[in-house]
Design a binder for this molecule. Structure first.
Ligand code: C2O
Ligand code: CU
Ligand code: CU
Length: 483
């Protein structure tokens, strides 16, 4: 069953072999996510091509990890290899995306991004609360042949985030070419409080990046930088999960945790295109962008805008198989055929975490942000030389985000925020945890409370922006300081 895991040992990855040794080999429910050897990405066109790729898990805690931003190629199942870009450590050879970086609350991860492309990039850790100089925004450019180390002191609850390029005007083409990777923050306190949450990476704790792409007949990714793709942004005709079209995942039976990222340039999986499972099976949202919700939210559909993340749990019985759908389209299949892992200890806790507790009573300042179809926010386009907002460190603020017409997602760097209303009413139940990205669409103004606990000055400010990458590149972004 676990040929993939043996394969990894052969390829090897320093961090994983250390983890195996210190774990004593045996997987038990509730053991840490480091206690498992990651499954490698398979970029060769073999019979395994349809298996879900699980990017390697790289332990970055209290060490420096070099990530090479490299020209690669990847087998999308088209019969020929597609030129791509990916992030790779010295020991990995991923053709797309990048390794999943394991971080831990209280530890420091230093990620040294090495740009071997012939264009400028930056490397942003979306969802992490780190100070401006390490945030990787558009001001923190990495020229071709250069590198830049972001020093990440992890000071936030456990959660699932991602890293991706953020150069001004060029984020969309760099991300569509393959540059994005996942980050998992673990928290020892959470692990001892909730020992039975699934945490075996690649076994019962599965990272899923959903992205859409179209391809040219020569197998290249169909993306025209000059086209800009208008109001709706780029919409690819294939919906890929971890780079594959309709991949298969085999898990143990019992409770499975899926960490789902919408890493698409501009595609929304919402309304008629929301995520669901076969027969509208009930599943449970356990975490939003910034970590665990107070309690699991039972639902049978989940909307996901560009840049948003949710963690969900679903229970599989016996040898059951289920498909994950985006609207009516099946985007992957999951079957409970892995009998080599005892998943019986995994359960869905009824209480997960303390709910976000910012209070409107403490609001010292309100701001509003209007997203317009001419790609402006508050009638301004992104200007690298202009600081749009100045925020006081530690203040609680209330932000209102709204726009008519086209929908958008609004993302803020350096924080997680607490949504307090949507369209004048209650937020969606799965939005009641910490968020950093929200869907904004006509008539559904979003209000949230936010407090910044990290600083960014005018040389490396934070960004707020639409996370539809074509909108962002066209200027739907602003800069702010926290001092
Ligand atoms: Cu996901 Cu400003 O980025
Ligand atoms: Cu971000
Ligand atoms: Cu937008």
């Amino acid at each position: 069953m676990h040929s993939r895991r043996h394969f990894l040992k052969a390829l090897s990855l320093g961090a994983a072999s250390v983890a195996i040794a210190s774990c004593g080999g045996k997987n038990k429910g509730g053991s840490s996510i480091t206690g498992v050897n990651a499954i490698p990405s398979n970029q060769t066109p073999t019979a395994k091509g349809k298996e879900l790729i699980i990017p390697n898990l790289v332990d970055t805690r209290n060490t420096t990890t070099d990530l090479w931003i490299k020209k690669q190629q990847f087998d999308f199942g088209l019969g020929s290899m597609t030129p791509t870009y990916a992030y790779n450590t010295a020991d990995t050879n991923l053709g797309l995306l990048g390794p999943t970086l394991l971080m831990e609350r209280g530890a420091t991860s230093t990620i040294n991004y090495i740009n071997t492309m012939n264009e400028v990039t930056t490397a942003h850790q979306h969802g992490l609360h780190v100070d401006g100089p390490n945030d990787g925004g558009p001001q923190s450019s990495i020229a071709p042949g250069q590198s830049r180390a972001n020093v990440l002191h992890i000071d936030q609850q456990a959660g699932f985030h991602w890293y991706h390029p953020h150069p001004h005007g060029r984020t969309a083409p760099q991300v569509i070419s393959g540059l994005a990777g996942m980050i998992i923050i673990q928290d020892p306190e959470e692990m001892s409080r909730l020992p039975n949450l699934p945490r075996e990476y690649g076994i019962n704790d599965i990272p899923l990046v959903i992205q859409d792409k179209s391809f040219n007949s020569d197998g290249t990714i169909a993306y025209d930088v000059n086209k800009r793709y208008g109001k709706r942004g780029y919409l690819g005709d294939s919906i890929l999960v971890n780079g594959k079209s309709s991949p298969q995942l085999t898990t143990p039976s019992g409770w499975i945790r899926l960490r789902v990222l919408n890493g698409s340039n501009a595609r929304f999986y919402e309304r008629g295109d929301s995520l669901s499972f076969t027969n509208n099976r009930t599943f449970y949202v356990i975490a939003s962008d910034g970590g665990l919700l107070e309690k699991p939210v039972a639902t049978n559909v989940l909307p996901l805008g560009p840049g948003e993340r949710y963690e969900v749990m679903i229970e599989l019985n016996g040898n059951e198989s289920l498909d994950l759908f985006a609207g009516t389209r099946s985007i992957m299949s999951i079957s409970a055929g892995n009998t080599s892992f005892d998943n019986s200890a995994s359960t869905l806790p009824s209480i997960l975490a303390v709910a976000p507790s910012l209070s409107t009573v403490n609001v010292v300042r309100k701001r509003s942000f209007e997203l317009k179809e001419n790609m402006t926010i508050n009638n301004k386009q992104m200007n690298m030389m202009v600081i749009d907002e100045a925020i006081n460190f530690g203040d609680v603020e209330q932000w209102r985000v709204f726009g008519k017409g086209a929908k958008h997602t609004f993302h803020v760097h350096g924080c997680s925020f607490m949504v307090v209303s949507r369209g004048g009413g209650a937020p969606e139940p799965w939005e009641l945890g910490w968020k950093d990205t929200v869907i904004v669409s006509g008539k559904r103004d979003v209000e949230f409370l936010v407090q910044f606990n990290k600083r960014a000055d005018k040389s490396t400010p934070y960004m707020y922006h639409c996370h539809m990458l074509e909108h962002e590149d066209m200027g739907m972004m602003g800069q702010f300081t926290v001092t």
